[in-house]
Design a protein around this ligand. Structure first.
Ligand code: BGC
Length: 760
């Protein structure tokens, strides 16, 4: 855990430059706009330890997978989130002396991410090895108003000298991924050009042949007056720049404005990319930094109006939730149905691939609650479009008859993950697609989704389950062998309770969907059944049988469900007995030791109780929480939010608050010592759920909104807004009372603390 950032309601603030924390800060201060993103790398040269990262949504590379023993069904490739051409470079050379913070004495360093405005500002004073002292203030943003535009304002004042400076404004496509297996580079040259005042580089990814064209223009001013200087233009393969030589006068501020346009062949015809890119960057440069910033801030204002959560009386908690919402909103805007929410968003490369079960299990509720239902529907349709690939994936593993097995990690529907214990065994994820559908239908009331898309997906998934289970004569029940549950600190176990529960539930849910479509669109049902050659009588009869006779491991003495058949053979030790220096276990222990231990990476039995809360009594939830929570190490970012929600329900207020800080400040305080790889974007939606479903106790039951709020003792009040069936509601909870206001839309009856209340 690291606590070096200042607490502030709207800003993330780092004071003082510590090179050891630089990679962590590069992740935390990242910027994005749904189309592109940028780690908080310095504009000027930095020869110290850094993780350079520029990303463009949807652009990936199918890298060779590195495995010792090939197993049938392994994916052909691992989808890499590609480090894309960098547009931020502005180098400074003062008569042979490079500005490089790794070789300067740095004072008054402050880095601020203003989340209200989506603006990154960095200021410092640096004394170069030859004694020259300069003051810098650099600002940049990725425009939320135009997803293809980024802009930088870099102000530099020579404090104790006059002289010439060479300013290098570059675009560099000769970039590599930190996680390249064989030090390979993934970009081929297409075109570069550099002319006075502008440059453009078009590059193409190997194999996938995506093109990304990056253009720049710039303006330089001294004391507010435009200066031209002497300009030298260069370009070479995958690189173009302008070097501008300017005379600096001691004490006079030089300001460089750099405008960039980043366009991809996902959105423009390849043959027009360069032209469109130059037009876009020209338009940006003509608008100028101030106007671009104004449009960008206006967009952020509108976004915050809809989705801000306020917390009074606890700045760390307030900063935490805003940071999570900010990162989510700059990762995925819901405008492009081809995109999804990668676990690292635009903040790092780890976890290659854009889509995990995280989207369905964690992110969907956030988008349902904060934006219009089309966004959540788009996320479901994304998986609908991947159905043929999920069927192909299942086929590779020996399943037949249209069984659909969704990949653990994907870019285009194909599996990209190749650790057998996850690829083949973490099968619960295929049901996350079904659960998301239920979430969407419960929240929006749009059951027609089943008719248009949903049922076909559900039948595919149910066909998978009906082939994956087997009948145990010994138990006289259906069992599911050789699986990994959500808790990845146990592999290849039998009868993971979560998995068995999800399997049976999915079968029942699919039968419910068939009944609905039969009643409401029987013609569509007939054509779907014929398209997928569905034999209703025999297939449904088997599903019913499985759902009724599923085996669930349980310890009747303790009154708890068992994570898997062998869980009680383990030595049950609470995490509080673990030496602090052993944490996080995944960085300190051997894998073998982790697997034999009872320690739980992320909510598993409790995850199921959170998803299907109404299937269990409060007493059952309490017993299971009391049993599993003390053994949970939360080394998956997806874990603490589930614990907040259950702890809130159980009235464990201190635990709920502790877990809230853990989920909301996971990256800000680097709880798991891995923020340097990028932020945990998908779990940030879990932070939102912690407040809304946890503290706010929001649920939708039979189409009706329920709130059961509690407020942590540390807070004066908190408030959030939600969109619900054409309405916007504002919920404000203080120590004294709960207010639910209807901000727009038709009056409705809600349930607050188990009592009906009409709001209008
Ligand atoms: C978790 C998975 C999750 C993945 C991506 C892993 O550490 O165990 O459940 O899907 O991270 O967030």
């Amino acid at each position: 855990m690291k606590q070096y950032l200042k607490h502030h309601e709207w800003q993330i603030i780092e004071e003082g430059f510590d090179p050891h924390l630089h990679r962590v800060s590069e992740s935390i201060f990242s910027l994005g706009n749904g189309r592109m993103g940028q780690r908080a790398n310095f504009e000027e040269t930095y020869s110290g330890d850094t993780h350079q990262g520029t990303y463009v949504a949807g652009i990936y590379y199918p890298d060779k997978t590195r495995v010792g023993w090939w197993k049938n069904g392994y994916p052909e490739y691992f989808a890499k989130v590609l480090n894309a051409p960098s547009w931020i470079g502005i180098g400074f050379n003062f008569e042979g002396q490079e500005l490089d913070l790794a070789h300067a004495s740095v004072e008054k360093f402050v880095r601020v991410l203003d989340m209200k405005q989506g603006l990154l500002t960095r200021s410092f004073e640096a004394t170069l090895p030859d004694g020259k002292k300069i003051a810098v203030q650099a600002q940049r943003f990725c425009s939320m108003a135009d997803g293809e535009v980024g802009a930088i304002r870099y102000a530099l004042t020579p404090i104790n000298f006059s002289g010439t400076v060479k300013i290098k404004l570059s675009i560099d496509a000769d970039v590599a991924n930190k996680d390249s297996n064989y030090d390979e580079k993934f970009w081929d040259r297409v075109y570069e050009e550099s002319q006075m005042g502008w440059a453009v580089v078009n590059a193409q990814t190997k194999k996938t042949q995506f093109q990304v064209c990056t253009g720049m223009e710039y303006k330089i001013e001294i004391d507010g007056q435009r200066v031209g200087g002497k300009v030298f233009t260069h370009n070479k393969e995958k690189y173009a720049d302008n070097i501008v030589e300017i005379t600096l006068v001691q004490g006079k501020e030089l300001v460089v404005y750099k405008y960039a346009a980043v366009l991809s062949s996902e959105n423009h015809p390849k043959e027009k990319l360069v032209k469109h890119c130059l037009a876009k960057v020209d338009e940006a440069s003509k608008k100028g930094f101030a106007t671009l910033l104004q449009d960008h801030v206006a967009k952020w204002n509108r976004t915050w109006q809809d989705c801000d959560i306020t917390i009074e009386g606890d700045v760390a908690a307030q900063q935490g939730i805003r940071f999570n919402i900010f990162q989510l909103m700059q990762t995925y805007t819901g405008e492009d149905e081809r995109l999804n929410i990668g676990p690292k968003g635009f903040t790092g490369e780890k976890y290659g691939g854009s889509t995990y079960w995280d989207t369905e299990a964690y992110c969907l509720p956030f988008y349902l609650g904060t934006t219009n239902p089309a966004v959540a529907r788009n996320l479901l349709i994304y998986r609908y479009k991947h159905l043929p690939k999920a069927i192909e994936n299942a086929k590779k593993l020996g399943f037949k008859n249209g069984a659909a097995f969704y990949p653990f990690v994907t870019m285009n529907g194909e599996e990209c993950h190749n650790e057998w214990e996850i690829t083949f065994e973490e099968i619960h994820r295929t049901s996350a697609m079904a659960y998301a559908m239920r979430d969407y239908i419960d929240y929006t009331g749009d059951k027609n989704y089943w008719i248009d898309y949903g049922l076909e997906v559900l039948i595919g998934i149910s066909r998978f389950w009906s082939q994956r289970v087997n009948w145990s004569g010994d138990k006289n029940r259906y069992v599911i062998l050789g699986v990994t549950g959500p808790n990845e600190y146990e592999n290849n176990v039998n009868n993971n309770w979560y998995t068995n529960y999800l399997c049976a539930w999915t079968l029942r849910f699919t039968m419910e969907a068939i009944d609905y479509v039969k009643k409401n669109a029987s013609d569509k049902l007939v054509s779907l059944f014929s398209k997928i050659t569905f034999n209703e009588a025999t297939e449904v009869a088997r599903w019913k049988d499985i759902a009724e006779k599923m085996y669930y491991p349980e310890d009747k003495t303790r009154g708890v469900f068992l994570q898997q058949d062998g869980f009680l053979d383990k030595e049950l030790i609470p995490t509080k007995d673990l030496p602090a220096e052993d944490r996080p276990l995944n960085q300190k222990w051997s894998w073998d030791r982790i697997l034999r231990s009872c320690f739980i990476k992320q909510a598993d039995v409790l995850q199921c109780m959170y998803l299907f809360e109404d299937d269990f009594t409060q007493d059952q939830i309490k017993r299971n929480f009391d049993f599993y929570e003390p053994m949970t190490v939360h080394e998956s970012s997806l874990s603490p939010c589930v614990h907040v929600i259950l702890a809130s329900k159980l009235g464990y207020e201190d635990k709920a608050y502790e877990m809230y800080l853990r989920t909301s400040r996971l990256d800000l305080d680097d709880y798991n010592n891995d923020t340097e790889d990028g932020c945990h974007i998908t779990s940030m939606a879990g932070t939102w759920m912690s407040v809304v479903k946890g503290f706010g106790g929001m649920r939708v039951r039979q189409g009706q909104l329920h709130f059961n709020p509690f407020i942590p003792g540390q807070w004066k009040s908190y408030s959030f807004r939600i969109e619900f069936r054409g309405r916007v509601l504002k919920v404000k909870v203080s120590q004294a009372q709960t207010e639910v206001l209807l901000e727009s839309g038709e009056p409705l009856e809600i349930i607050v603390n188990n009592k009906p209340a009409k709001i209008s």
